[in-house]
Design a protein around this ligand. Structure first.
Ligand code: URA
Length: 476
């Protein structure tokens, strides 16, 4: 029996050198042992000739790449499996192409597990804010299914380049100070902070995006395996949300859409037909405006919407926030931002220190534009002509409320206010003076945060969104 001592659990270079040496010396897989421990005793228990550590035959790159992944797997026989493959490669040079081979299939499966663990780490790491002697630092505790910290840390560097952060795991730690990524020793859970106010955000965010009608428990557990729940603040809500889902779905189905004022709608519809609408009608209150919009025929969107949805908030609000158009839930409720995007907006406003009750919240377009897909109504972006037609209503709201600051969320909202096409990323953060004296700022739409594919980018973009709201607050 020959033993090689590797310096740590993911010592790929050490394994490679040892495996080459074993292969050269003709040590068969059953006789080669790889141990992780103190390398002080030498690479091999029984020393091999120095020439043995040189490469002796070429191996395909696919093998080297696969070995690099498999070695991160937590199974204790991972080194042996890869050595067995290396042993066989000399006589079976095309072995790596035989995906049905038992060893190849096993290695591919383990590599897949490793890749999945890395993906889960990107999705489920939750940073908590702490103060250290250099200021703000973000610390996360995470228990990856396999040893993927080193492999995955560069992702967090790219994602959170400007933050100082630490990721602590039972295998080791990664520290980023804004310039350099360094590795640290294994950690324990109590070394990371347990809670902060971000906790509440995740809960609000999760609860508002949880749609009971779309619950598929199996898929959910596949995407968000239970082993990660203990470090996810929002996971505390899952059992209750799942338990209530049937009742909530029934309630959603049973709730009729809020009815517009039929009498006024009829009158205004007649006015509209008589062409007296555009010229003569000037709403003098927000209530009148909200009822009058039910008769709007300025563009075809009214045909398929339940009702027009005007803005909501104090008549003398200093801040007006403009979204794109009502979504599915807003169309049914007759109120803006009451669905998932509204949940994200509310939580972010609270975090920026803005009370939604002080804000007039509205949309550039007042009717829900959508197309049917099965039983669902899928959002469609309004055309420029539809936004232009609806500006009449937005302008009327602006005249009545006279906000000091207008925040537009997304390109359609900015088009509605500015009457020109806008690239949000280019003009974000600038205060644009308006003819009526108001200052306008642009930011992204909260639905954009909901659509981001992973939790990490959502957290970082959400941070920027809250910064924009804080800027708005300072302007007020
Ligand atoms: N998205 C919007 O732009 N507005 C709403 O009211 C809801 C979702």
């Amino acid at each position: 029996m020959k033993a090689a001592v590797l310096s740590h659990e993911t010592d790929f270079d050490g394994w490679r050198r040892a495996a080459r040496g074993f292969r050269q010396a003709g040590v068969a897989p059953g006789d080669a042992v790889f141990r992780v421990g103190d390398a002080g005793g030498g690479l091999f228990d029984d020393a091999l000739p120095p020439s043995a550590v040189e490469p002796v035959f070429g191996v395909p790159k696919a093998f080297v790449d696969l070995a690099g992944e498999v070695i991160l797997h937590r199974s204790i026989d991972r080194f042996d499996l890869m050595y067995r493959l290396l042993w066989r490669l000399r006589d079976e040079p095309d072995l790596m192409k035989v995906v049905t081979d038992i060893d190849v299939a096993d290695a591919l499966e383990r590599a897949k597990n490793v890749s999945r663990a890395s993906h889960k780490m990107k999705a489920f790491v939750r940073f908590r804010q702490v103060e250290d002697h250099d200021g703000e630092r973000w610390v996360a505790w995470f228990e990856p299914a396999h040893r993927v910290l080193e492999k995955t840390a560069p992702f967090f560097v790219r994602r959170y380049t400007s933050m100082r952060w630490s990721i602590l795991t039972p295998d080791g730690s990664a520290f980023w100070d804004g310039d350099a990524l360094t590795a640290g020793p294994p950690a324990t859970r109590d070394m990371a902070p347990a809670e902060d106010e971000i906790e509440e955000f995740w809960k609000t965010y999760y609860a508002s995006t949880f749609n009971p009608a779309r619950l598929k428990t199996k898929t959910m557990q596949g995407e968000m395996p239970k082993r990660y729940w203990k470090n996810l603040p929002e996971a505390a809500l899952i059992p209750e949300l799942v338990a209530q889902s049937a009742v909530r779905t029934d309630a959603m189905v049973a709730t009729p859409a809020a009815q517009p004022n039929q009498r006024l709608a009829k009158t205004l519809s007649r006015m509209n037909r008589d062409h007296s609408f555009d010229e003569g009608f000037v709403p003098s209150t927000l209530e009148e405006l909200g009822q009058a919009v039910q008769a709007c025929r300025r563009c075809p969107l009214w045909r398929h919407a339940t009702q027009g949805v005007c803005g909501e908030g104090p008549r003398q609000a200093r801040l007006m926030i403009v979204g794109e158009q009502p979504g599915d839930q807003e169309d049914l409720a007759g109120r803006p931002f009451v669905g998932p995007a509204g949940g994200v907006l509310d939580a972010a406003l609270a975090e920026a220190g803005i009370d939604r009750d002080d804000v007039f919240v509205t949309n550039a377009v007042k009717h829900f534009k959508h197309e049917p897909r099965g039983k669902r109504r899928i959002h469609k972006t309004p055309l420029v002509s539809e936004v232009s037609a609806c500006r009449w209503w937005l302008d009327a709201e602006r005249r009545l409320v006279k906000p000091k600051v207008i925040l537009t969320m997304g390109a359609t909202a900015a088009l509605g206010v500015l009457n020109r096409k806008v690239t949000v990323t280019k003009e974000r953060g600038e205060a644009i003076a308006q003819p009526d004296g108001a200052k306008m700022l642009l930011t992204v739409h909260p639905s954009y945060l909901l659509r981001l594919p992973d939790e990490a980018s959502r957290a970082s973009e959400r941070g920027r969104f809250i910064d924009d709201l804080r800027r708005v607050r300072r302007l007020l």
